[in-house]
Write a protein that binds this ligand. Sequence first.
Ligand code: SF4
Ligand code: SF4
Ligand code: SF4
Length: 426
Amino acid sequence: MERITKSFQSGEIQGVIAIDARRCKGCDTCKRHCATKAITGMFGAVHAIDTAKCINCGQCLVNCPFGAPYETVDAVEAVLSKLKDSDTTVVGIIAPAVRVAIGEEFGMHPGSLATLRMYGAMHKAGFKIFDNNYAADLTIMEEGTEFIHRVRAAVFGDEAPGHKSGPLPQFTSCCPAWVRYIELNYPALIPHLSSAKSPQQMAGAVAKTYGSAKVWNVKSANVYTVGIMPCTAKKFEASRPEFRSACAYQSKEQGASSGTPYPDIDAVLTTRDLARLLKKMGIDLAKSPETADDGILARYSGAGTIFGNTGGVMEAAVRTVHAVLTGKELEPLEFKPVRGLKGVKTASVTLMDTKFNKEATVNVAVVHGLRENITPVLDEILAGRSPYHFIEVMNCPGGCINGGGQPIPGGGSGWLGAMTPLLAWK
Ligand code: SF4
Ligand code: SF4
Ligand code: SF4
């Protein structure tokens, strides 16, 4: 690692995860799941988190056997109160990986796909639905187009006057834990990150501009956006001050006085948080009717759907880049070399650029599970020896499907804590 700097911007949440000293047994399990050595404490002693190093991923939380780590930010009551306010349009932005996990919280078989039941339950709670798979499609169009520009600049010297494309390899930027990791540990590589916002942040901006004006016909100030995420790091991401785009747009394009700048995403609920909110409202997801979506902001492609798995973003990007360059779908459409759970997956694909009538072979890599797999890939780039042009990185093992906001066996007690009456620990 290059260096670690303490750098919080004004308004950012300083530490999404903390450890409850009363529950911590000092067993060290959490350290084995932390990519940044942010957890301090000797074996047998109470552990703590150094927020200057923490990337908010929640892997310590979902893997602690005793349920000691907890989220410091809980928006359940705030969202409940907005749902009761008839002047507020509450928009639930549902991430891809939530729909296959939340059923577990309601006794459904693990892995059950609950998309339409979620729509039903959330409609009953009072949400409008914005399916984040749609925003994932937006993200991949942005990231894919940016990648084409970077390749054309590097390979064909094609650069618009006054424009400087970012360097290769291009990193994906949709995982906020990964973005934080680069910022804290490899700042020299920040220009390699795609400039595209994550799906959550694109969704928030779209909901408060296009959505408010064209879909719900309400003032954007009355739209309250709630990210429904498998991820604790998304809570940090939403607090970043650069994500005030809808407010900036209203001020600049429409001359509206912004007053206090408002965020694109007002609140983030993890999968666990949403389950808790629905239970508080007496809504059983497993018994909820399946309902239709809310129209255009919940329509999406297969590319958006696969975002939640490791390799999904890259597969979507390769398909999209191919379609944009050639006007034809990739054949076969499934890009299988980047599927599966291997820590680092690599592939090469030759793309015909119809603008130059030339072929370019691009090498891609997919990395998940930062702790074990990312350092050699980054060190290669720093040494100028990286063979890759595009790299997808997801912090959590397997991608968002195993995110820090997903259901935990044993619930709040941790997977072993649920069995503590049977164990003599300490
Ligand atoms: S895994 Fe849990 S109990 Fe063990 S040291 Fe970490 S926080 Fe404490
Ligand atoms: S949230 Fe992630 S980065 Fe922070 S202490 Fe836990 S495992 Fe480490
Ligand atoms: S892999 Fe997904 S769940 Fe995990 S930190 Fe990144 S965005 Fe969040």
